[in-house]
Design a protein around this ligand. Structure first.
Ligand code: GLP
Length: 261
């Protein structure tokens, strides 16, 4: 995989937004897979700036959700559908009809998962999937020891993830759902380009395990090593535990600009 070390979160956001814009210029109806959490926000703001500046058109783009809480009403401000509407669809001016996501309110969760898989397939698959990473190495909500071949399904959150996410629920862990629907690791690996963004020292250990550790389900993000086009974008703090950081810097500095990420 390619590792790009950027000076800060804003530079990471700009780099990834430019990759998304380049994709949309060559494929205007591309499917962009989007993630929630705080980390991807600079990407969405940078892409919004490009749309406003007329540097890219998103009128035909489609947006695919990575994961969702089970049991939160769809209009709950912290349902990932609501978060993505507020952070991605509305600022970019993309219609709700262009949005693909699992139904976290469904009575029959297994059927909701199967129908989301079918919708992704019918859309032609995800062109570029943006990922964050949990402090425990999760991608989407694939917690440690998720099958590397998993498809969209229900998962139970670890205590650590619920503690990490309590900040979105008035710092009250009791409000954080226990169950989620997430694209599986196998589903994520089907996307044509995976871009993982990690910022801050809190992610340094998970990033080192992802990039330099063995491929192992105990660190779900390490599955990116199996993908032919995976890009890991990290700031200096998140890169601080990478043994090969100097090599990654050298390789990126000497990369032909036309290649992009
Ligand atoms: C949640 C999401 C993940 C995200 C992670 C990290 O658990 N399901 O997709 O990567 O949070 O969030 P943050 O970027 O806020 O650290």
């Amino acid at each position: 995989m390619e590792v790009v070390i950027v000076p800060d979160a804003a530079a990471g956001g700009e780099l990834i937004a430019e990759a998304m814009a380049a994709l949309l210029r060559r494929k205007p109806d591309a499917v962009l897979g989007v993630a929630t959490g705080s980390t991807p926000l600079p990407v969405y703001r940078a892409l919004e700036a490009k749309v406003r500046a007329g540097a890219v058109e998103v009128g035909r783009a489609r947006i695919a959700q990575l994961d969702e809480y089970v049991g939160l009403p769809a209009d709950h401000p912290e349902s990932y559908r609501s978060v993505l509407r507020k952070e991605v669809l509305e600022p970019l001016g993309i219609n709700a009809e262009a949005f693909l996501g699992p139904d976290g309110t469904a009575e029959d969760v297994a059927a909701a998962c199967a129908s989301y898989e079918a919708a992704l397939t019918a859309a032609g698959g995800v062109d570029l999937q943006l990922l964050g990473i949990g402090t425990d190495g999760h991608i989407g909500f694939n917690e440690p020891c998720s099958s590397l071949a998993s498809r969209t399904r229900i998962k139970t959150l670890t205590e650590q993830t619920r503690v990490d996410n309590a900040r979105f629920f008035d710092d009250d862990i009791d409000q954080v759902p226990h169950h989620v629907i997430t694209q599986g690791i196998g589903t994520i690996l089907d996307a044509r380009h995976l871009v993982l963004l990690a910022t801050g020292a809190g992610k340094a250990e998970a990033v080192a395990a992802t990039v330099e550790g063995p491929v192992a389900s105990v660190c779900p993000a390490s599955a990116l090593q199996l993908h032919p086009h995976a890009t890991v974008v990290v700031d200096e703090a998140a890169a601080s535990k990478l043994r090969l950081a100097d090599y990654f810097r050298h390789a990126y500095a000497n990369k032909p600009a036309w290649q992009g990420i």
